[in-house]
Design a protein around this ligand. Structure first.
Ligand code: ADP
Length: 489
Protein backbone atom coordinates (compact mmCIF):
# COMPACT_ATOMS: atom_id res chain seq x y z
CA UNK A 1 0.00 0.00 0.00
CA UNK A 2 2.72 2.44 0.99
CA UNK A 3 4.88 1.75 -2.08
CA UNK A 4 1.84 2.08 -4.31
CA UNK A 5 0.68 5.28 -2.58
CA UNK A 6 4.09 6.91 -2.96
CA UNK A 7 4.29 5.94 -6.64
CA UNK A 8 0.80 7.34 -7.22
CA UNK A 9 1.60 10.56 -5.38
CA UNK A 10 4.75 11.07 -7.46
CA UNK A 11 2.91 10.17 -10.68
CA UNK A 12 0.03 12.54 -9.84
CA UNK A 13 2.47 15.34 -9.08
CA UNK A 14 4.34 14.63 -12.32
CA UNK A 15 1.19 14.60 -14.45
CA UNK A 16 -0.15 17.75 -12.77
CA UNK A 17 3.14 19.55 -13.28
CA UNK A 18 3.41 18.48 -16.93
CA UNK A 19 -0.21 19.42 -17.61
CA UNK A 20 0.01 22.71 -15.70
CA UNK A 21 3.19 23.84 -17.45
CA UNK A 22 1.80 22.88 -20.86
CA UNK A 23 -1.51 24.64 -20.13
CA UNK A 24 0.01 27.88 -18.92
CA UNK A 25 2.55 28.09 -21.73
CA UNK A 26 -0.17 27.55 -24.29
CA UNK A 27 -2.38 30.07 -22.53
CA UNK A 28 0.41 32.66 -22.51
CA UNK A 29 0.86 32.05 -26.24
CA UNK A 30 -2.84 32.51 -26.94
CA UNK A 31 -3.06 35.72 -24.89
CA UNK A 32 0.02 37.02 -26.69
CA UNK A 33 -1.51 36.20 -30.08
CA UNK A 34 -4.69 38.05 -29.02
CA UNK A 35 -2.60 41.15 -28.30
CA UNK A 36 -0.78 40.81 -31.62
CA UNK A 37 -4.11 40.53 -33.42
CA UNK A 38 -5.43 43.62 -31.63
CA UNK A 39 -2.31 45.60 -32.53
CA UNK A 40 -2.63 44.41 -36.14
CA UNK A 41 -6.15 45.84 -36.13
CA UNK A 42 -4.66 49.17 -35.08
CA UNK A 43 -2.21 48.98 -37.98
CA UNK A 44 -5.01 48.13 -40.40
CA UNK A 45 -7.10 50.99 -39.08
CA UNK A 46 -4.18 53.39 -39.43
CA UNK A 47 -3.70 52.42 -43.08
CA UNK A 48 -7.41 52.78 -43.81
CA UNK A 49 -7.68 56.13 -42.03
CA UNK A 50 -4.62 57.53 -43.68
CA UNK A 51 -5.61 56.20 -47.02
CA UNK A 52 -8.98 57.89 -47.17
CA UNK A 53 -8.27 61.27 -45.72
CA UNK A 54 -5.00 61.69 -44.02
CA UNK A 55 -6.74 61.32 -40.73
CA UNK A 56 -4.34 60.42 -38.06
CA UNK A 57 -5.07 57.19 -36.17
CA UNK A 58 -3.48 56.40 -32.89
CA UNK A 59 -1.58 59.66 -32.57
CA UNK A 60 -2.06 63.28 -31.71
CA UNK A 61 -3.98 65.13 -34.45
CA UNK A 62 -1.97 66.76 -37.16
CA UNK A 63 -3.11 69.07 -39.86
CA UNK A 64 -3.35 67.17 -43.10
CA UNK A 65 -2.46 69.03 -46.20
CA UNK A 66 -5.13 67.28 -48.29
CA UNK A 67 -8.85 67.57 -48.29
CA UNK A 68 -10.15 67.67 -44.81
CA UNK A 69 -12.42 64.96 -43.61
CA UNK A 70 -14.45 64.61 -40.49
CA UNK A 71 -13.73 62.35 -37.59
CA UNK A 72 -17.00 60.50 -38.18
CA UNK A 73 -16.06 59.91 -41.80
CA UNK A 74 -12.71 58.46 -40.82
CA UNK A 75 -14.25 56.32 -38.08
CA UNK A 76 -16.92 54.96 -40.38
CA UNK A 77 -14.34 53.99 -43.00
CA UNK A 78 -12.17 52.33 -40.40
CA UNK A 79 -15.06 50.35 -38.94
CA UNK A 80 -16.16 49.29 -42.38
CA UNK A 81 -12.74 47.72 -42.86
CA UNK A 82 -12.80 45.86 -39.57
CA UNK A 83 -13.78 42.25 -39.98
CA UNK A 84 -14.30 40.81 -36.48
CA UNK A 85 -13.23 37.19 -36.18
CA UNK A 86 -14.29 34.47 -33.76
CA UNK A 87 -15.11 35.89 -30.33
CA UNK A 88 -14.40 39.42 -31.48
CA UNK A 89 -16.37 42.63 -31.49
CA UNK A 90 -15.74 46.25 -32.45
CA UNK A 91 -17.41 49.61 -31.95
CA UNK A 92 -16.75 53.22 -32.91
CA UNK A 93 -17.28 55.95 -30.31
CA UNK A 94 -17.69 59.64 -30.99
CA UNK A 95 -17.39 61.91 -27.98
CA UNK A 96 -17.78 58.92 -25.68
CA UNK A 97 -21.00 57.66 -27.30
CA UNK A 98 -21.50 54.63 -29.53
CA UNK A 99 -21.69 56.00 -33.05
CA UNK A 100 -20.86 53.07 -35.36
CA UNK A 101 -20.80 49.34 -35.27
CA UNK A 102 -19.44 47.15 -38.09
CA UNK A 103 -21.96 46.04 -40.63
CA UNK A 104 -21.03 42.38 -40.24
CA UNK A 105 -22.32 39.99 -37.57
CA UNK A 106 -20.19 39.91 -34.42
CA UNK A 107 -19.98 37.45 -31.58
CA UNK A 108 -19.73 40.06 -28.88
CA UNK A 109 -21.65 43.29 -28.74
CA UNK A 110 -19.63 45.88 -26.92
CA UNK A 111 -22.37 48.50 -27.39
CA UNK A 112 -24.62 46.53 -25.03
CA UNK A 113 -22.44 47.27 -22.00
CA UNK A 114 -22.66 50.98 -21.12
CA UNK A 115 -20.16 50.46 -18.30
CA UNK A 116 -17.53 49.15 -20.72
CA UNK A 117 -18.21 51.96 -23.18
CA UNK A 118 -17.93 54.52 -20.38
CA UNK A 119 -14.69 52.97 -19.12
CA UNK A 120 -13.08 52.99 -22.57
CA UNK A 121 -14.28 56.54 -23.31
CA UNK A 122 -12.80 57.77 -20.10
CA UNK A 123 -9.48 55.98 -20.65
CA UNK A 124 -9.00 57.30 -24.17
CA UNK A 125 -9.30 61.04 -23.41
CA UNK A 126 -5.50 61.27 -23.32
CA UNK A 127 -5.40 60.32 -27.03
CA UNK A 128 -3.18 57.23 -26.56
CA UNK A 129 -3.58 53.77 -28.07
CA UNK A 130 -4.33 51.51 -25.14
CA UNK A 131 -4.33 47.73 -24.66
CA UNK A 132 -6.49 46.72 -21.73
CA UNK A 133 -8.33 43.94 -19.96
CA UNK A 134 -11.89 44.09 -18.80
CA UNK A 135 -13.78 41.59 -16.73
CA UNK A 136 -17.49 42.16 -16.39
CA UNK A 137 -20.60 40.11 -15.93
CA UNK A 138 -22.15 41.41 -19.15
CA UNK A 139 -19.21 40.83 -21.53
CA UNK A 140 -17.04 38.37 -19.62
CA UNK A 141 -13.27 38.41 -19.87
CA UNK A 142 -12.15 40.79 -22.62
CA UNK A 143 -8.86 41.93 -24.01
CA UNK A 144 -9.31 45.15 -25.99
CA UNK A 145 -7.55 47.93 -27.76
CA UNK A 146 -8.85 51.48 -27.91
CA UNK A 147 -7.51 53.70 -30.68
CA UNK A 148 -8.25 57.42 -30.88
CA UNK A 149 -9.41 58.52 -34.34
CA UNK A 150 -8.87 62.24 -34.79
CA UNK A 151 -9.11 64.59 -37.71
CA UNK A 152 -7.55 68.00 -37.50
CA UNK A 153 -9.95 70.92 -37.06
CA UNK A 154 -12.77 68.54 -36.25
CA UNK A 155 -13.53 68.96 -32.58
CA UNK A 156 -15.23 65.58 -32.47
CA UNK A 157 -13.25 62.86 -30.70
CA UNK A 158 -13.50 59.42 -32.23
CA UNK A 159 -12.38 56.13 -30.69
CA UNK A 160 -12.16 52.73 -32.38
CA UNK A 161 -12.56 49.86 -29.92
CA UNK A 162 -11.76 46.26 -30.90
CA UNK A 163 -12.17 43.56 -28.26
CA UNK A 164 -11.57 39.84 -28.12
CA UNK A 165 -13.37 37.40 -25.78
CA UNK A 166 -10.40 35.69 -24.15
CA UNK A 167 -12.55 32.82 -22.80
CA UNK A 168 -13.79 31.98 -26.30
CA UNK A 169 -10.20 31.92 -27.56
CA UNK A 170 -9.15 29.68 -24.67
CA UNK A 171 -12.11 27.34 -25.19
CA UNK A 172 -10.13 24.90 -27.37
CA UNK A 173 -7.24 24.86 -24.95
CA UNK A 174 -9.60 24.38 -21.99
CA UNK A 175 -11.30 21.51 -23.79
CA UNK A 176 -7.92 19.93 -24.54
CA UNK A 177 -6.91 20.38 -20.94
CA UNK A 178 -10.14 18.78 -19.72
CA UNK A 179 -9.42 15.80 -21.95
CA UNK A 180 -5.87 15.67 -20.64
CA UNK A 181 -7.18 15.71 -17.04
CA UNK A 182 -9.58 12.87 -17.79
CA UNK A 183 -6.86 10.81 -19.49
CA UNK A 184 -4.46 11.52 -16.61
CA UNK A 185 -7.00 10.45 -14.00
CA UNK A 186 -7.73 7.34 -16.06
CA UNK A 187 -4.01 6.59 -16.36
CA UNK A 188 -3.60 7.00 -12.59
CA UNK A 189 -6.51 4.64 -12.00
CA UNK A 190 -4.99 2.05 -14.36
CA UNK A 191 -1.61 2.56 -12.68
CA UNK A 192 -3.17 1.99 -9.25
CA UNK A 193 -4.96 -1.11 -10.47
CA UNK A 194 -1.93 -2.64 -12.21
CA UNK A 195 0.33 -1.58 -9.33
CA UNK A 196 -1.98 -3.24 -6.82
CA UNK A 197 -2.07 -6.41 -8.86
CA UNK A 198 1.70 -6.52 -9.49
CA UNK A 199 2.55 -5.66 -5.86
CA UNK A 200 0.20 -8.40 -4.70
CA UNK A 201 1.85 -10.90 -7.03
CA UNK A 202 5.38 -9.82 -6.06
CA UNK A 203 4.66 -9.92 -2.37
CA UNK A 204 2.63 -13.11 -2.32
CA UNK A 205 5.78 -15.27 -1.88
CA UNK A 206 6.61 -13.15 1.16
CA UNK A 207 3.16 -13.89 2.53
CA UNK A 208 3.73 -17.59 1.91
CA UNK A 209 7.10 -17.33 3.67
CA UNK A 210 5.39 -15.73 6.67
CA UNK A 211 2.64 -18.33 6.75
CA UNK A 212 5.09 -21.20 6.47
CA UNK A 213 7.39 -19.63 9.08
CA UNK A 214 4.48 -19.29 11.51
CA UNK A 215 3.60 -22.97 11.01
CA UNK A 216 7.14 -24.01 11.96
CA UNK A 217 7.25 -24.52 15.70
CA UNK A 218 10.01 -25.55 18.06
CA UNK A 219 8.39 -28.98 18.25
CA UNK A 220 8.31 -29.50 14.50
CA UNK A 221 10.87 -27.79 12.34
CA UNK A 222 10.70 -30.33 9.55
CA UNK A 223 8.55 -28.08 7.34
CA UNK A 224 10.35 -26.01 4.74
CA UNK A 225 9.28 -22.84 2.99
CA UNK A 226 8.47 -23.45 -0.68
CA UNK A 227 11.01 -21.70 -2.91
CA UNK A 228 9.81 -20.56 -6.32
CA UNK A 229 11.86 -18.45 -8.69
CA UNK A 230 15.11 -16.66 -8.21
CA UNK A 231 14.11 -13.26 -6.82
CA UNK A 232 15.01 -11.65 -3.51
CA UNK A 233 12.04 -13.14 -1.70
CA UNK A 234 13.05 -16.63 -2.86
CA UNK A 235 16.56 -15.87 -1.60
CA UNK A 236 15.06 -15.02 1.82
CA UNK A 237 13.10 -18.29 1.76
CA UNK A 238 16.21 -20.22 0.76
CA UNK A 239 18.26 -18.60 3.54
CA UNK A 240 15.53 -19.38 6.08
CA UNK A 241 15.42 -22.98 4.86
CA UNK A 242 19.20 -23.27 5.23
CA UNK A 243 18.92 -21.91 8.75
CA UNK A 244 16.16 -24.39 9.54
CA UNK A 245 18.34 -27.19 8.13
CA UNK A 246 21.13 -26.20 10.47
CA UNK A 247 18.83 -25.96 13.49
CA UNK A 248 17.27 -29.27 12.54
CA UNK A 249 20.71 -30.83 12.15
CA UNK A 250 21.93 -29.59 15.48
CA UNK A 251 18.68 -30.73 17.15
CA UNK A 252 19.13 -34.19 15.69
CA UNK A 253 22.79 -34.25 16.73
CA UNK A 254 21.80 -33.29 20.25
CA UNK A 255 19.16 -35.98 20.36
CA UNK A 256 21.61 -38.57 19.01
CA UNK A 257 24.16 -37.53 21.60
CA UNK A 258 21.60 -37.93 24.38
CA UNK A 259 20.65 -41.37 23.05
CA UNK A 260 24.30 -42.38 22.80
CA UNK A 261 25.10 -41.12 26.29
CA UNK A 262 22.09 -42.91 27.75
CA UNK A 263 23.16 -46.07 26.03
CA UNK A 264 26.79 -45.75 27.12
CA UNK A 265 25.92 -45.02 30.76
CA UNK A 266 23.53 -47.92 30.91
CA UNK A 267 26.30 -50.52 30.60
CA UNK A 268 28.40 -49.50 33.64
CA UNK A 269 25.24 -48.99 35.69
CA UNK A 270 24.04 -52.49 34.80
CA UNK A 271 27.43 -53.99 35.57
CA UNK A 272 27.74 -52.27 38.95
CA UNK A 273 24.15 -53.13 39.84
CA UNK A 274 24.61 -56.78 38.84
CA UNK A 275 27.72 -57.09 40.98
CA UNK A 276 26.10 -55.41 43.97
CA UNK A 277 23.04 -57.66 43.65
CA UNK A 278 25.09 -60.83 43.61
CA UNK A 279 27.45 -59.60 46.29
CA UNK A 280 27.83 -61.78 49.39
CA UNK A 281 28.45 -59.22 52.16
CA UNK A 282 29.85 -61.94 54.40
CA UNK A 283 32.56 -62.82 51.88
CA UNK A 284 35.40 -60.25 52.09
CA UNK A 285 36.86 -61.42 48.76
CA UNK A 286 33.54 -60.91 47.03
CA UNK A 287 33.17 -57.43 48.56
CA UNK A 288 36.67 -56.48 47.41
CA UNK A 289 35.97 -57.73 43.89
CA UNK A 290 32.66 -55.87 43.65
CA UNK A 291 34.34 -52.74 44.98
CA UNK A 292 37.03 -52.95 42.29
CA UNK A 293 34.43 -53.45 39.58
CA UNK A 294 32.35 -50.51 40.89
CA UNK A 295 35.37 -48.19 41.06
CA UNK A 296 36.44 -49.24 37.56
CA UNK A 297 33.03 -48.65 36.11
CA UNK A 298 32.64 -45.33 37.95
CA UNK A 299 36.04 -44.23 36.57
CA UNK A 300 34.84 -45.16 33.12
CA UNK A 301 31.69 -43.12 33.66
CA UNK A 302 33.76 -40.15 34.90
CA UNK A 303 35.99 -40.42 31.78
CA UNK A 304 32.89 -40.58 29.66
CA UNK A 305 31.42 -37.47 31.28
CA UNK A 306 34.74 -35.63 30.80
CA UNK A 307 34.93 -36.73 27.17
CA UNK A 308 31.36 -35.60 26.50
CA UNK A 309 32.14 -32.20 28.03
CA UNK A 310 35.28 -31.93 25.95
CA UNK A 311 33.44 -32.96 22.80
CA UNK A 312 30.68 -30.41 23.36
CA UNK A 313 33.28 -27.70 23.91
CA UNK A 314 35.30 -28.67 20.82
CA UNK A 315 32.25 -29.02 18.63
CA UNK A 316 31.05 -25.51 19.45
CA UNK A 317 34.35 -24.12 18.11
CA UNK A 318 33.67 -20.86 19.96
CA UNK A 319 36.11 -21.73 22.72
CA UNK A 320 39.12 -21.65 20.37
CA UNK A 321 41.74 -19.11 21.39
CA UNK A 322 43.97 -18.76 18.37
CA UNK A 323 47.37 -17.18 18.72
CA UNK A 324 50.61 -17.21 16.76
CA UNK A 325 52.33 -20.44 17.77
CA UNK A 326 55.85 -21.57 16.97
CA UNK A 327 55.28 -24.96 15.37
CA UNK A 328 58.73 -26.26 16.44
CA UNK A 329 58.03 -25.41 20.09
CA UNK A 330 54.61 -27.04 19.96
CA UNK A 331 56.04 -30.18 18.35
CA UNK A 332 58.81 -30.46 20.93
CA UNK A 333 56.29 -29.92 23.71
CA UNK A 334 53.96 -32.67 22.61
CA UNK A 335 56.86 -35.03 21.96
CA UNK A 336 58.18 -34.39 25.47
CA UNK A 337 54.78 -35.27 26.95
CA UNK A 338 54.37 -38.36 24.73
CA UNK A 339 57.81 -39.77 25.32
CA UNK A 340 57.23 -40.28 29.04
CA UNK A 341 54.44 -42.75 28.26
CA UNK A 342 55.81 -46.18 28.91
CA UNK A 343 55.54 -49.26 26.74
CA UNK A 344 56.80 -47.79 23.44
CA UNK A 345 59.83 -46.30 21.85
CA UNK A 346 59.10 -42.75 20.84
CA UNK A 347 60.70 -40.89 17.94
CA UNK A 348 60.38 -37.29 16.85
CA UNK A 349 60.55 -37.69 13.08
CA UNK A 350 60.05 -34.17 11.75
CA UNK A 351 59.33 -30.62 12.81
CA UNK A 352 57.69 -28.20 10.38
CA UNK A 353 59.00 -24.88 11.77
CA UNK A 354 57.44 -21.49 11.26
CA UNK A 355 54.51 -19.93 13.01
CA UNK A 356 50.82 -20.73 12.71
CA UNK A 357 47.70 -19.13 14.16
CA UNK A 358 46.01 -21.80 16.25
CA UNK A 359 44.84 -22.69 19.73
CA UNK A 360 47.91 -24.47 21.19
CA UNK A 361 46.01 -26.04 24.11
CA UNK A 362 43.37 -27.59 21.82
CA UNK A 363 45.89 -28.82 19.23
CA UNK A 364 47.99 -30.30 22.04
CA UNK A 365 44.89 -32.03 23.45
CA UNK A 366 43.97 -33.50 20.05
CA UNK A 367 47.51 -34.51 19.22
CA UNK A 368 47.97 -36.23 22.62
CA UNK A 369 44.70 -38.08 21.97
CA UNK A 370 46.25 -39.48 18.77
CA UNK A 371 49.41 -40.29 20.72
CA UNK A 372 47.29 -42.07 23.35
CA UNK A 373 45.45 -44.09 20.68
CA UNK A 374 48.73 -45.05 18.99
CA UNK A 375 50.06 -46.24 22.32
CA UNK A 376 46.84 -48.14 23.08
CA UNK A 377 46.35 -49.80 19.72
CA UNK A 378 49.91 -50.81 18.82
CA UNK A 379 51.95 -53.66 20.27
CA UNK A 380 53.97 -52.98 23.39
CA UNK A 381 57.57 -52.02 22.65
CA UNK A 382 56.82 -50.97 19.07
CA UNK A 383 57.99 -47.60 17.76
CA UNK A 384 55.63 -44.65 17.61
CA UNK A 385 56.75 -41.73 15.50
CA UNK A 386 55.34 -38.25 15.67
CA UNK A 387 56.07 -35.01 13.95
CA UNK A 388 54.75 -31.94 12.22
CA UNK A 389 55.08 -31.19 8.54
CA UNK A 390 53.87 -28.76 5.93
CA UNK A 391 51.97 -29.87 2.89
CA UNK A 392 49.78 -27.97 0.37
CA UNK A 393 49.40 -24.81 2.42
CA UNK A 394 48.57 -26.72 5.59
CA UNK A 395 50.46 -27.87 8.62
CA UNK A 396 50.03 -31.49 9.76
CA UNK A 397 50.49 -32.72 13.30
CA UNK A 398 50.83 -36.44 12.89
CA UNK A 399 51.35 -39.70 14.79
CA UNK A 400 52.43 -42.98 13.17
CA UNK A 401 52.29 -46.37 14.84
CA UNK A 402 52.98 -50.00 13.98
CA UNK A 403 49.66 -51.37 15.15
CA UNK A 404 47.11 -53.45 13.31
CA UNK A 405 45.64 -50.44 11.59
CA UNK A 406 42.03 -49.67 10.93
CA UNK A 407 40.13 -52.39 9.11
CA UNK A 408 38.81 -51.28 5.70
CA UNK A 409 35.28 -49.93 5.97
CA UNK A 410 35.71 -48.73 9.54
CA UNK A 411 37.51 -45.49 8.63
CA UNK A 412 34.38 -43.39 8.96
CA UNK A 413 32.83 -45.15 11.92
CA UNK A 414 35.81 -44.53 14.20
CA UNK A 415 35.25 -40.78 13.84
CA UNK A 416 31.65 -41.09 14.94
CA UNK A 417 30.69 -40.72 18.56
CA UNK A 418 31.16 -43.98 20.46
CA UNK A 419 32.37 -45.56 17.22
CA UNK A 420 34.90 -48.29 17.96
CA UNK A 421 36.41 -51.17 16.02
CA UNK A 422 35.55 -54.55 17.49
CA UNK A 423 34.64 -52.80 20.74
CA UNK A 424 38.22 -51.51 20.95
CA UNK A 425 39.62 -55.06 20.65
CA UNK A 426 39.40 -55.44 24.37
CA UNK A 427 41.10 -52.14 25.07
CA UNK A 428 39.23 -49.70 27.34
CA UNK A 429 37.91 -46.55 25.71
CA UNK A 430 34.82 -44.47 25.21
CA UNK A 431 34.84 -44.08 21.47
CA UNK A 432 34.85 -40.31 21.94
CA UNK A 433 38.59 -39.68 21.42
CA UNK A 434 38.62 -39.36 17.61
CA UNK A 435 35.36 -37.34 17.46
CA UNK A 436 37.03 -34.83 19.79
CA UNK A 437 40.15 -34.74 17.56
CA UNK A 438 37.93 -34.24 14.54
CA UNK A 439 35.95 -31.44 16.22
CA UNK A 440 39.15 -29.62 17.19
CA UNK A 441 40.59 -29.97 13.67
CA UNK A 442 37.35 -28.74 12.14
CA UNK A 443 37.24 -25.87 14.64
CA UNK A 444 40.53 -24.77 13.06
CA UNK A 445 39.01 -25.08 9.59
CA UNK A 446 40.89 -28.33 9.05
CA UNK A 447 40.32 -32.10 9.15
CA UNK A 448 41.84 -35.34 10.35
CA UNK A 449 43.61 -37.43 7.75
CA UNK A 450 44.06 -41.15 8.14
CA UNK A 451 46.38 -43.50 6.38
CA UNK A 452 46.18 -47.06 7.57
CA UNK A 453 47.35 -50.53 6.64
CA UNK A 454 47.86 -53.75 8.52
CA UNK A 455 51.39 -52.50 9.23
CA UNK A 456 50.22 -49.45 11.11
CA UNK A 457 48.27 -46.22 11.04
CA UNK A 458 49.10 -42.60 10.47
CA UNK A 459 46.66 -40.08 11.93
CA UNK A 460 47.22 -36.38 11.20
CA UNK A 461 45.50 -33.19 12.28
CA UNK A 462 45.56 -31.04 9.14
CA UNK A 463 45.25 -27.32 9.84
CA UNK A 464 45.10 -25.17 6.71
CA UNK A 465 47.26 -22.09 6.74
CA UNK A 466 45.62 -19.30 4.77
CA UNK A 467 48.41 -17.00 3.63
CA UNK A 468 47.45 -14.38 6.20
CA UNK A 469 47.51 -16.96 9.01
CA UNK A 470 51.23 -17.43 8.69
CA UNK A 471 53.59 -14.87 10.12
CA UNK A 472 57.36 -14.92 10.46
CA UNK A 473 58.76 -16.28 13.74
CA UNK A 474 60.25 -12.86 14.64
CA UNK A 475 56.83 -11.22 14.67
CA UNK A 476 55.45 -14.06 16.78
CA UNK A 477 58.29 -13.61 19.23
CA UNK A 478 57.20 -9.96 19.62
CA UNK A 479 53.67 -11.13 20.29
CA UNK A 480 52.34 -9.71 17.06
CA UNK A 481 49.54 -11.35 15.12
CA UNK A 482 50.51 -10.20 11.67
CA UNK A 483 49.68 -11.15 8.13
CA UNK A 484 53.00 -11.68 6.43
CA UNK A 485 53.29 -14.76 4.28
CA UNK A 486 56.06 -17.09 5.16
CA UNK A 487 57.56 -19.49 2.67
CA UNK A 488 56.76 -23.13 3.38
CA UNK A 489 59.73 -24.94 4.87
P1 ADP B 1 38.53 -45.10 21.97
O1 ADP B 1 40.00 -45.11 21.76
O2 ADP B 1 38.11 -44.56 23.24
O3 ADP B 1 37.88 -46.37 21.59
P2 ADP B 1 38.59 -43.32 19.76
O4 ADP B 1 37.53 -42.47 19.16
O5 ADP B 1 39.85 -42.65 20.13
O6 ADP B 1 37.94 -44.08 20.93
O7 ADP B 1 38.93 -44.41 18.69
C1 ADP B 1 37.88 -45.08 18.05
C2 ADP B 1 38.35 -46.43 17.56
O8 ADP B 1 39.26 -46.26 16.51
C3 ADP B 1 39.06 -47.19 18.58
O9 ADP B 1 38.18 -47.94 19.36
C4 ADP B 1 39.97 -48.08 17.80
O10 ADP B 1 39.31 -49.25 17.43
C5 ADP B 1 40.24 -47.31 16.56
N1 ADP B 1 41.57 -46.64 16.61
C6 ADP B 1 41.83 -45.39 17.02
N2 ADP B 1 43.14 -45.14 16.92
C7 ADP B 1 43.74 -46.26 16.42
C8 ADP B 1 45.09 -46.62 16.08
N3 ADP B 1 46.09 -45.78 16.23
N4 ADP B 1 45.29 -47.86 15.58
C9 ADP B 1 44.25 -48.71 15.42
N5 ADP B 1 42.97 -48.43 15.72
C10 ADP B 1 42.72 -47.21 16.21
Amino acid sequence: MRILASILIVATAGLALAGGVAYFTQREGIVQRIDERLLAQVEAARVVANGISGAEVGAAPTTPAEAPATTREALRAVLASVVPGRGEGAVGLVNGKVAYIPGVPMEIHLEESPEFIAQVAEESVDGQVRLGTSVSSALGYLRYVSVPVLVAEDPEFGVLVVAVDVRARLADLDAAFRTYTLVAVGALAVMALVGWFVAGRLLSPLRRVREAASRITAADISERIPVTGRDDVSEVARTLNDMLDRIDGSNRAQKRLLDDVRHELKTPITIVRGHLELLDPADPADVAAARDVAIDELDRMADLVDAIGSLAESASGASLRREPVDVDDLTADVFAKASVLSGHSWRLAESAGGVALLDPARITQAWLQLVDNAAKYSPAGSEVRLGSSRRDGAVEFWVEDEGDGIPPGAEERIFERFGRVDAGRGIAGSGLGLPIVKAIAEGHGGRVSLGSSSAGSRFAIVVPLPSDDVIPPDAAADGMAGSTVEGAS
